[in-house]
Design a protein around this ligand. Structure first.
Ligand code: AR6
Length: 348
């Protein structure tokens, strides 16, 4: 899981190191700093006293004491003063310094809070963007499991316009199974009859399209009855793994370009690579389709090989389709939106 988001309390996470968003004296405070000191116990403060403080944009390491995490990397983010006082590069330095310490200590996993985005007033969405950019840049050249811990929903303020677009797209496409049985129900609670019919029509055409693809996926055998099952199985179609490897070649990508862009970890990729009949999870299959920048038909084809489809009854599927159809293949942006709508994230 190279980069993932979770909603929750960082003090509960079992990783090699969690990051503390501290102040320059490193003697504790409110917010995540207070929570970490409370959960770690007084020995953490004893060790912090010996560190002699920490400058803005720098970081220092301590043990984790009673925390489930082995270590704490204390960093000091900038106070937001409107954005013209070097705040972005200081905040970026925090992430880079913490990651540097993690590499130096051979940590395999690290969890960050959204540094500076509480008491220090950094706008959450901007803080999140710097967090994601710094971590994804780092992951281009390193292997590490990085988790960004989001404490409150408002951090994912995706941007009002984009959110409205996506909500409208979901609204137009979402097919709610409970609405198939009655006209009055459709009109009564889901808005208009037109919407209801439109979504129903779309769904019907999608399902028949899928059914067609399913059939065409199997070779049509001239004399089906006379062939043995063994013979039929020999004619089996290209598998998910085979399609994935073929597409990587066709797109002139290296394996690592592909799995990094897909937010998939190297070990999982090797497993898939070495097993022609590997059956990935849907989130993994979608991640590869995004990394390969497949269009919607190729994405459906790839998913089908893993036993999945894209339907209008799932918000996850509609959001993925929205991004593919808009030509936006940025996995982190897609995950931000999936996270906002409480959906499974794509990648490992
Ligand atoms: N787990 C994860 N995230 C949390 C937690 C938690 N338990 N608690 C808060 N957050 P802040 P800053 C989020 O104020 O802005 C302290 O007093 C919170 O929602 O903790 O860098 C220090 O001593 C927000 O998104 O840190 C400094 O004086 C993010 O963590 C000053 O505050 C950061 O909020 C540092 O301010």
């Amino acid at each position: 899981m190279p980069l993932m988001f979770i909603r929750g309390d960082i003090t509960k996470i079992k990783v090699d190191a969690i990051v503390n968003s501290a102040n320059t004296n490193l003697l504790g405070g409110s917010g995540v700093d207070g929570a970490i000191h409370r959960a770690a116990g007084p020995k953490l403060l004893d060790e912090c006293r010996k560190l002699g403080g920490c400058a803005v944009g720098k970081a220092k390491l301590t043990k984790g004491y009673k925390l489930p995490a082995g270590h704490v990397i204390h960093t000091v983010g900038p106070v937001w003063k409107g954005g013209r006082n070097n705040e972005p590069s200081l905040l970026r330095n925090c992430y880079e310094e913490c990651l540097r310490i993690a590499v130096e200590n051979k940590f395999g996993s690290i969890a960050f809070p959204l540094i500076s985005s509480g008491a220090y007033g950094y706008p959450k969405y901007k803080a999140l963007k710097i967090a994601v950019d710094s971590c994804s840049e780092f992951l281009k050249t390193h292997d590490m499991d990085i988790t960004i811990v989001i404490f409150d929903r408002n951090s994912f303020d995706i941007g009002r316009k984009k959110l409205k677009d996506i909500e409208a797209f979901i609204d137009d496409n979402y097919y709610d199974e409970t609405r198939t049985w009655g006209y009055s129900d459709a009109v009564g609670s889901s808005g208009s009859l037109k919407n209801f019919l439109r979504s129903f029509r779309k769904e019907s055409s999608t399902s028949s399209g899928t059914a067609h693809t399913v059939h065409s996926n199997f070779p049509v055998l001239g004399n089906a009855c006379s062939e043995t099952l063994e013979e039929k199985l020999k004619m089996i179609d290209e598998s998910f793994t085979e399609m994935l490897l073929r597409k990587i070649d066709e797109k002139d990508m290296t394996d690592s370009d592909c799995y990094k862009k897909a937010n998939i970890d190297r070990k999982l990729f090797s497993k898939i690579r070495s097993n022609k009949d590997y059956h990935p999870k849907k989130a993994t299959a979608v991640a590869f389709a995004i990394a390969l920048e497949l269009d919607i038909d190729e994405t459906k084809e790839m998913l089908l090989k893993a036993g999945f489809g894209l339907s209008n009854s799932s918000k996850f599927d509609i959001i993925v389709r929205y991004f593919i159809e808009s030509g936006n293949y940025n996995i982190y942006e897609i995950n931000e939106v999936l996270f906002h709508f409480d959906q499974v994230l794509i990648g490992s």
